[in-house]
Design a protein around this ligand. Structure first.
Ligand SMILES: *[C@@H]1O[C@H](CO)[C@@H](O)[C@H](O)[C@H]1NC(C)=O
Ligand SMILES: *[C@@H]1O[C@H](CO)[C@@H](O)[C@H](O)[C@H]1NC(C)=O
Length: 414
């Protein structure tokens, strides 16, 4: 492309494009060409490289969550050579370092799938920290997904106490609730500071087109079926980072409203990935195994965001009511204000917070933390899985911005 063409295209965009093609709102905090780790010691590191237990280029960050000084970052085992799937960055220690090493959490040993015995966390996608200082995750148990696919353990829910760094609960998802195509890449926890022991977790199954509900108090889980958990066959085409591909991912993004004063339950917002629609259901329906699977009309269609608006993760800010979600076909982040536009979900009430075809290629996860910051992670995942990433380019980025600044001047502004 000649310089003239670039100038022409940019000029045309100023006149025609409704959405700014630059990202002025999200502030880049970290970026990496390749991901590296803090190993327990140099000998362990050298041995991991020698034995190919650590292959730098195979490590792709995917999920994120913030708790106090820790920014948790997951590295799913798409390929071999991942030393640790659950990790964190210390925000205070990494000040001034844009590309910090990841530290295994709770420790290297628990993330080491090559040791013979004991509990191991095999592969984790998205995680959730609740208001009771606990980290919740689903360990899919599957390593080398893009290669041979080694099922090291059965999928299970793991809860870690962040104050003691100890696993306090492990719950294996029942065999009869897992389909041949089940894939657990996300989790959202429903609890309050007064009901920590009575928590529920909702786990979308993007390949099984169902939702797993986990009841902590009774240590019981069950599946919920609904048509709205399926993908839309007209929304499965993607163009990301120069790669065209088709995905059939069903229910994927999940986020919770504040507790309703009327009934003490929340609204669970959800959407399939290959879809442009948003749905919701009252958690009262989900928390009862019987009603969860026999209440077709209790699941609501909120509306459509418009063409090309497929989204992976979503997260809700309780203060402003803004529901943020990724925009994978638009290299961006979108928003909808659940308070202001409670009765209208449409292309008019949804807006774009940021879009950037260089830095926001495949925004894979986002979270609003307890202090009112929006965190966004982009990682070029389809390029990684289809043709491999160029280790000489910046491939992974993490952004942090106050929610207030992220929504300023958008349809989601309060
Ligand atoms: C693993 O467990 C078996 C059986 O309990 C034991 O015999 C073996 O020594 C253990 N191996 C390691 C490396 O701890
Ligand atoms: C669940 O819902 C069913 C059907 O409405 C009802 O009979 C049952 O009592 C409920 N269970 C609980 C624990 O509330």
């Amino acid at each position: 492309m000649s310089l003239q063409n670039i100038v022409f295209l940019t000029g045309a965009c100023f006149l025609v494009c409704t959405v700014s093609a630059t990202n002025e709102r999200l502030k880049e905090l970290f970026s990496w060409k390749t991901i590296d780790f803090d190993f327990p010691d140099e000998a362990t590191r050298a041995k991991a490289i020698e034995s190919k237990e650590f292959i730098k280029e195979n490590n792709l960050i995917l999920g994120l969550e913030r708790w106090k000084d820790k920014l948790f970052v997951t590295v799913p085992r798409w390929k071999d050579g991942i030393p640790s799937t659950l990790n964190y960055i210390s925000l205070s220690e990494s000040k001034g370092n844009p590309s910090p090493n990841l530290k295994a959490y709770p420790n290297y040993d628990l993330n080491n799938i090559h040791k013979e015995n004991g509990t191991k966390i095999v592969s984790v996608f998205r995680i959730n920290v609740d208001v009771c200082d606990r980290l919740w995750l689903v360990d899919t148990g599957l390593a080398d997904i893009l290669g041979e696919g080694k099922q090291i353990s059965t999928p299970r829910i793991v809860v870690i106490d962040l104050n003691t760094d100890k696993i306090i609960k492990e719950h294996t998802i029942a065999k009869e609730d897992i389909t041949e195509n089940s894939f657990f890449a996300n989790i959202v926890v429903d609890t309050t500071p007064n009901t920590c022991d009575k928590s529920f977790a909702y786990i979308p199954d993007l390949g099984g087109f169902q939702m797993i509900v986990y009841d902590l108090e009774h240590d019981e889980s069950y599946k919920v079926k609904h048509h709205y958990f399926y993908f839309d066959p007209l929304s499965g085409n993607y163009n990301v980072g120069g790669v065209n591909f088709q995905w059939t991912d069903g229910v994927f993004g999940v986020a919770l409203s504040p507790v309703h004063k009327e009934d003490g339950y929340r609204t669970l917002y959800f959407h399939p990935l290959s879809s442009t629609r948003e749905f919701s259901v009252n958690t009262k329906i989900l928390q009862n195994k019987t009603t969860a699977s026999s209440s077709y009309y209790e699941f609501k269609v909120l509306g459509s965001r418009g063409p090309n608006t497929q989204a992976t993760a979503e997260s809700l800010d309780e203060k402003t009511g803004v529901l943020f979600y990724t925009q994978v076909n638009k290299d961006g982040v979108g928003c909808w204000n659940t308070y202001k536009h409670a009765n209208e979900y449409s292309a008019d009430t949804n807006d774009i917070v940021a879009t950037d075809s260089e830095t926001l290629v495949f925004p894979n996860d986002l979270k609003v933390d307890k202090e009112g910051y929006l965190w966004v992670l982009s990682d070029k995942l389809p390029v990684h899985t289809n043709k491999g990433l160029n280790p000489e380019e910046v491939n992974y980025r993490i952004f942090q911005t106050p929610v207030k600044e992220a929504i300023k001047g958008t349809a989601c502004d309060v």
